[in-house]
Design a protein around this ligand. Structure first.
Ligand code: FES
Length: 124
């Protein structure tokens, strides 16, 4: 069972393979997911301090490039917990003043995940 550390909240055991955004929510943290977990809004953004995955979905890469966030944050709706990681959630409902965090993300990574090593995506 992977260990997930959420800066400012604690360290938790999380289900292997769980989407990171859902794992963070499951730990009681009010992370945003305003597009419902489909790599469109970037409100599920997290900063990694440990265990950043070496792979990325095409959808995550394209959105981070578009918003000029590549190298700064990752999208937790596009990551699964398959190893220990430590993250800081950057946009919380309670801090942003939203009435809700957004539609509930599906259990599986959406859009259907096409994974690539990060370095294979750069510049493509
Ligand atoms: S990009 Fe919208 S929830 Fe992840």
């Amino acid at each position: 069972m992977p260990k997930l550390t959420i800066v400012g909240f604690g360290t938790y055991d999380v289900e292997d393979g769980r989407r990171l955004v859902k794992a963070i929510k499951g730990c009681g943290v009010d992370i945003g997911h305003r597009c419902g977990g489909i790599a469109k809004c970037t409100t599920c953004r997290v900063e990694f301090s440990e265990g950043e995955p070496g792979q990325m979905t095409r959808a995550e890469y394209d959105k981070l490039m578009e918003r000029e966030l590549l190298g700064e944050v990752r999208l937790s709706c596009q990551i699964v917990c398959d190893h220990d990681m430590a993250v800081k959630a950057r946009m919380l409902q309670s801090e942003m003043g939203w009435s809700d965090p957004g539609p509930e993300p599906e259990d599986d990574v959406m859009p259907e995940a096409r994974w690539f090593p990060k370095e294979d995506l750069v510049g493509k």
